[in-house]
Design a protein around this ligand. Structure first.
Ligand code: GUN
Ligand code: FE
Length: 420
């Protein structure tokens, strides 16, 4: 079925330039965009058109790194850095997801809030629990938004209640891989999720590398987030030169299908390894501020051709609403620029690219309205915040991202289907 939305269409076609099309037609052919036109081409003349007036039509937001079971903890615990924060706040909360009733209550609230935030694709860590992870996958499917969900693997250096055995980890991960892989077109897919090097034994990492290959799975984890974490990895694997190469050694950087969160303290050698495997980087500025982890050299990654998207990293980050992470990415880049003059700050257009088309690349052809892209769209009513007469559409978008909220999102489409 073909349908058309008429409005002020804005999307990031290139890394540093917005495509702005006033009062234009976004043509949706089933799941995909058939392009954006100033006037409707002859072949679509009979298609139904919905006129959205002066509203903005923009791509859905992409969140390439977050932890669903940490949703209740957002906004607390930020006087600690990563390692004590995990022990004091994160592990105790995640261990509660052994209780499926608890999981059901909070995963429902989580998915509702994720969807109402305008996020149409997300790359999600569940907890290490098999049943709760399955439930989260099913709730995501019901919601109409898409992405990846992974059962966390963690068989060392955790709390007593949360740590799993090697045997259970392998058994449950294999069950999920069998149940949820194989359909490349599925909107919600399973992703292999070793928590990070310190929480997975060499034995388990070896096995997970084999599972990733056997089931052709995507992989997500954490990399070079915090200086104490980096030192700990060095201690645990003194025979391997770098943190990045530990993942590589165990087959956990499969080419083109791995996303690593943070990547703040990587050295040049590690950056070359990431390039070699075309590893995707999830930039999580809110989390990096809250846990005093540092600032990732995002402009450098972009200039050197690495793929980057934005992650809320709930609950290292404190909000699921991705425009806040987009603004934080700009702020982080400005602070970074002060001590690294060779890298200019991110422009608004670049940050919006990361929020949409940049992050969307991890999910396929997603995050843009170019012809052939899966059509994830938000309709924005910014009439309560367009305070200055004669603002350009670029300015209206920037103002919405900086000062708007969920209430401005009046419609949501994912893969061509209206879900709100
Ligand atoms: N490293 C290992 N686990 C975690 C986590 O839950 N959050 C963050 N930010 N980093 C991690
Ligand atoms: Fe994280």
């Amino acid at each position: 079925m073909i349908k058309c939305l008429k409005g002020n269409v804005i999307f990031a076609e290139e890394k540093n330039k917005l495509k702005v099309m006033p009062h234009s037609y976004l043509v949706i052919n089933n799941e995909r965009s058939a392009g954006v036109y100033e006037s409707l081409p002859e072949e679509y003349k009979n298609a139904p058109v919905e006129d959205l007036g002066d509203k903005l039509i923009i791509p859905g937001f992409m969140d390439v790194h977050l932890h669903a079971p940490q949703w209740l903890n957002k906004g607390v615990g930020y006087s600690e850095e990563l390692l004590p924060w995990l022990q004091k706040y994160t592990f105790p909360l995640e261990s509660k997801f052994a209780d499926i009733k608890f999981a059901e209550k909070y995963y429902k609230l989580f998915v509702d809030e994720l969807k109402s935030s305008g996020t149409t694709r997300a790359c999600i860590f569940a907890s290490r629990h098999y049943e709760a992870t399955k439930l989260l996958i099913e709730l995501m499917k019901e919601s109409g938004i898409g992405g990846y969900v992974g059962k966390v693997n963690m068989d060392r250096n955790s709390s007593e209640e949360l740590q799993e055995t090697y045997e259970d980890s392998v058994k449950e991960t294999t069950m999920l891989a069998k149940e949820y892989s194989g359909d490349d077109n599925a909107l919600v897919k399973f992703i292999l999720t070793p928590r990070f090097v310190p929480s997975t034994t060499s034995e388990l990492m070896t096995k997970l590398g084999e599972i990733a290959e056997k089931y052709n799975l995507h992989v997500q984890s954490h990399l070079d987030e915090n200086v104490d974490e980096v030192a700990w990895v060095k201690e645990l694997h003194s025979d391997i030169p770098t943190f990045t190469e530990v993942y590589e050694h165990f087959g956990l950087l499969p080419d083109n299908r791995t996303v690593m969160a943070h990547c703040i303290h990587n050295n040049d050698r590690e950056i070359e390894v990431l390039k070699k495997h075309n590893t995707f980087i999830a930039h999580c500025p809110l989390s990096n501020f809250n846990l005093a982890s540092g600032i990732a050299p995002i402009k450098r990654y972009m200039e050197e051709g690495l793929d980057v998207g934005l992650g809320s990293d709930i609950s290292g980050g404190h909000t699921l609403y991705m425009p806040v992470s987009c603004v934080a990415a700009v702020s982080a880049s400005k602070i970074y620029h002060v001590s690294h003059k060779e890298y200019s700050p991110l422009t608004f257009a670049e940050a919006f690219y990361l929020l949409t088309k940049g992050g969307g690349k991890f999910f396929g052809k997603v995050g843009s309205f170019e012809e052939g892209y899966e059509c994830d769209a938000l309709v924005i009513d910014d009439s309560n915040i367009t305070s200055i007469d004669g603002m350009t559409l670029e300015e209206r978008l920037e103002k919405f991202i900086y000062t708007g909220n969920r209430g401005n999102i009046v419609r949501i489409y994912c893969r061509g289907k209206q879900i709100k």
